[in-house]
Structure formats: structure tokens, C-alpha cells
Design a protein around this ligand. Structure first.
Ligand code: NDP
Ligand code: HSE
Length: 438
């Protein structure tokens, strides 16, 4: 093999970063791989849009099939995103015996099992480092660096857009909509930004991580998902007063009973490292039974960081091709046929500490009505704050609870919402004090 030939579908934010690295770092990569990596062909729907990269000498087409069917192409990179035609393109490339690289976590979270089984059948690899954590090499880290460990838990800030929004709301008091627009302009957000703000993108990533960590099939549908669109500046302020920061966390724990897998805004101790991961940065705290806690940290989105992760996959696969090997590392860390089937636990069964905020009419007896209902459901209060005077006929009452069962909390909040003296929906945010010791 004289050179490794690469085809790219999708010359958007990430595709442009990948093309820039493959073209501008050609010499560096050849020194590291031993043979030239040649970006032979690129397909994109719009070839006229200006991009910050010189594509001289590369074949350009608007027809992705021309890349997938090119017999000279060894490695196919899919960077168009979405479910279709991305899935069809990847399955065709696998069938054509090509190695595949993708950053498409949405596709892998829902159809990864089918794709990885097809790859195993055809003896090719599908690599996906950029799909979780942008530029952070955390998939390789879990699959290879932490191979000796049983993974005990994962705590991740895995969406750059959501973290960028929460950071700007916290540090600069900026309104949600303006910050979201900024994140879109910087190329962090998904084509549909509700995936970012409603926690869906984080859950796609967690679905992949759970499979990698615990050796179970990818099960996106079992993940509990809540986003950040309900977070108000007042909750961020109260969190700070209690010594917490609010982060959109992906959390997973392996227990005797099963696996916890959940995505929701979470109050975490302000002094914890994760509370200080800001802007488009991502972080993943992984605990292995041998190694203890390991923290991965870096930029989770954007053209060049994500391009860096995609090219790392290309290099891995190119090295395999040059050595004449494939499937050296199982795609999902465990041999497909050796995986187990541990259940994902229902949220109702789990117990958390909570932050509650009620908008209540400022009159005697309100607090005791609320406390009475909480007591009925076995929810004990750790602290209460009633702040300020009336605003729009209500005052905020804020409570922190001791650990309580989620099913009880849901019922209690429904009952409290029905009180005449309470206005609107009660707000609740789960608290992860377990991080104080991690
Ligand atoms: P973009 O929308 O910026 O780029 C996608 C490109 O693919 C666009 O130029 C699009 O054209 C083109 N395209 C779409 N469909 C086709 C098709 N059928 N044939 C040829 N070209 C096509 O997306 P991103 O670069 O941001 O994301 C790409 C992938 O990487 C996604 O899976 C995303 O989730 C993932 N990712 C993105 C990160 C980021 O920071 N942006 C980070 C990590 C992963 P058109 O514009 O005309 O639709
Ligand atoms: N939209 C994603 C984010 C891109 O904001 O994190 C990286 O996966």
C-alpha cells in the first residue's frame, strides 16, 4: 500500500476542519503514519459556499454515491449528520469494504447496533471518536486506556452548546435566546438546536458511553432526558447562594440492580472540577475500579477540535490498513457476542436530594401547607428560603430536601401545584452531593 485514500461526505463545520487538517498537516501525518494520507474526493450538496480551506487537486462532487462507490477509496468519512441518508451511506460503504469514520452520535445512538453488526460481518471498522466529547479522546480512553477496569460511574458535561448557554447565563447574566444564537454562530449547535438544549444530544452521547462502559447494547430509549430550557436566572442565583452551580449532566452508575442512565440539569458543588468546566468545554469523570477517578476535559464542539478527533480515527484506521489488520479493538469496547443485558433503572425508583422553587401567595400558612404535603410523601426538608416581597402576586419559596424517592417527589409536586396558594408549576432540580467526595 503506497498511500491511504480518503473520501469525505459533508463539507460543513466539521468536514471543513477535517479537510483543513488532512491538507494542511499532510506532512506531519505522513511522519506519524508512515504513508501519505490522501484526501481524494469530497461530496457536499453545496460546493460554492466559501470555506477557509484550499481544495486544489481534490475531486469535488455533489453526489455522495460517487465517493461511496469509488473503488480507490479506503476510508469513508461521513459528516453530513442526521439519520438518513447517513445510515444508508454508511451501510453501503461497509458493504463496499471501506473503513468508516463518523461523528454522528444521533445515528449511532439509534442505529449503532445495526451499523456495528454490519461492520463486523464485513470485516471493517466504524470509528466514532468525535461523536462524544468533540476533540477529547475519551472513547479511545475508555476503550483502551481504561480497559483494565470495571467502570463504576460516569458524570459528563457532554454538550458544548448547553454548557456555553449555562455558563453565559451564570457568569454574564445573558438571556437564553441570545446565547443560543451565539453558540449556533460558532458552529457548536446541531442542525436542530432543540437536540442541544433539550438534552437529546447529551443522551445520544450517554447512550454510546453506557454501551462502552458496561458492555451492554446501545439503548437510547431507556435514558431519562430533561433539558435546560426551563432553567431561569433566579434558579442559577439561588444555586449559587446554596454553594452549587447548575450543569446539564449525563450521569450513569452501574449497581447490583441495574444501570442508572439519565440526563438532566443538576446542581453540583461549586468547588467541584465539573462545576468549573465552562463555555464549549466538555468533561467526563469516569471511575474505574482499579484506576479510581479519571477526568477527561477539552473542547466538546467546533470545527478544529472535532476535526482533530475525526482525523485521529482516520489515522487509527490507516495504520490498521497499512499493517493489513482490522477490528483490532471492538467497536463498543466489548466483543459484541460477549455483552450482557443489564437493565436501565427507572427514575421513579431512584433517590435524590432536590431543590424546589414554588411561586406562592405571601400569606400565613402557605409554608405549612407545602411542608405538610412533602411530609405526607416522606420528603424531609433540609433548608427553606423565602426571598423578597411579592412579584406578580407571588413570592419565591425555595427548599432543599434530604434524599427522597423520585416517584414520591413527582406526586408531592403535583399535589402542591394544585394548592390555591401556589401559582404555576413548581420547579425542581436534582442535586448531586455525591460529587463532594469524588
Ligand atoms: P453541518 O451542517 O455544518 O455540515 C453538514 C454538511 O453536509 C453540510 O454542508 C450539508 O449541506 C452537507 N450535506 C447534508 N446532506 C448531504 C448529502 N446528502 N450529500 C452531501 N452533502 C450533504 O454539520 P456539522 O459539520 O456541524 O456536523 C456534522 C456531523 O458531526 C453531525 O453528525 C454532528 O452531530 C457531528 N458533530 C458536530 C460537531 C460540531 O461541533 N459541529 C461536534 C461533534 C460532532 P447543507 O448545508 O446544504 O445541508
Ligand atoms: N451540538 C454538539 C454540542 C456538537 O454542542 O456539543 C458536539 O457534539
Amino acid at each position: 500500500m503506497e498511500a491511504v485514500k480518503i473520501g469525505l461526505i459533508g463539507l460543513g463545520t466539521v468536514g471543513t476542519g477535517v479537510a483543513k487538517i488532512l491538507i494542511e498537516q499532510k506532512k506531519l501525518l505522513e511522519k506519524k503514519v508512515g504513508k501519505p494520507l490522501i484526501l481524494k474526493k469530497i461530496a457536499d450538496r453545496d460546493l460554492k459556499r466559501p470555506r477557509p480551506v484550499d481544495l486544489t487537486g481534490i475531486e469535488l462532487t455533489t453526489n455522495a454515491e460517487e465517493v461511496i462507490e469509488d473503488p480507490e477509496i479506503d476510508i469513508l468519512i461521513e459528516l453530513i449528520g442526521g439519520y438518513e441518508p447517513a445510515k444508508t451511506f454508511i451501510l453501503k460503504a461497509i458493504k463496499n469494504g471501506k473503513q468508516v469514520v463518523t461523528a454522528n452520535k444521533a445515528l449511532l445512538a439509534l442505529h449503532g447496533e445495526e451499523i456495528f453488526k454490519a461492520a463486523a460481518k464485513h470485516g471493517v471498522d466504524v470509528a466514532f471518536e468525535a461523536s462524544v466529547g468533540g476533540g477529547i479522546p475519551l472513547i479511545k480512553g475508555i476503550k483502551e486506556g481504561l480497559v483494565a477496569n470495571n467502570i463504576l460511574h460516569l458524570f459528563g458535561i457532554l454538550n458544548g452548546t448547553a454548557n456555553y448557554i449555562l455558563t453565559k447565563m451564570t457568569n454574564e447574566g445573558m438571556p437564553f435566546k441570545i446565547v443560543l444564537k451565539e453558540a449556533q454562530e460558532k458552529g457548536y449547535a446541531e442542525a436542530d438546536p432543540t437536540f442541544d438544549v433539550e438534552g437529546i444530544d447529551t443522551a445520544h452521547k450517554l447512550a454510546i458511553l453506557v454501551a462502552l462502559a458496561y458492555g451492554v447494547p446501545i439503548n437510547f430509549d431507556a435514558i431519562y432526558i430533561e433539558g435546560i430550557s426551563q432553567i431561569e436566572p433566579i434558579d442559577i442565583e439561588f444555586a449559587q447562594e446554596f454553594g452549587y452551580k447548575i450543569k446539564l449532566l449525563a450521569i450513569s452508575r452501574s449497581t447490583e440492580a441495574g444501570i442508572e442512565a439519565r440526563v438532566h440539569p443538576t446542581m453540583i458543588p461549586a468547588e467541584h472540577l465539573l462545576a468549573n468546566v465552562n463555555g464549549a468545554y466538555n468533561a467526563l469523570l469516569v471511575k474505574g475500579d482499579a484506576v479510581g477517578n479519571v477526568l477527561f476535559y477539552g473542547l466538546g464542539a467546533g470545527m478544529m477540535p472535532t476535526g482533530s478527533a475525526v482525523v485521529s480515527d482516520v489515522v487509527d484506521l490507516a495504520r490498521n490498513l497499512i499493517k493489513g489488520i482490522n477490528q483490532r479493538t471492538p467497536a463498543l469496547a466489548f466483543m459484541l457476542e460477549k455483552r450482557g443485558a443489564k437493565p436501565i433503572l427507572s427514575m421513579d425508583e431512584l433517590e435524590f436530594k432536590y431543590y424546589f422553587r414554588f411561586a406562592a401567595i405571601d400569606q400565613p400558612g402557605v409554608l405549612s401547607s407545602i411542608a405538610g404535603i412533602l411530609g405526607k410523601y416522606n420528603i424531609s426538608i433540609e433548608s427553606v428560603v423565602q426571598k423578597g416581597r411579592e412579584l406578580n402576586g407571588a413570592v419565591p419559596i425555595v427548599m432543599l430536601t434530604h434524599e427522597a424517592k423520585e416517584a414520591n417527589v413527582k406526586q408531592a409536586l403535583k399535589e402542591i401545584e394544585g394548592l390555591d396558594v401556589v401559582k404555576g408549576k413548581p420547579i425542581f432540580i436534582r442535586i448531586e452531593d455525591s460529587l463532594r467526595v469524588e
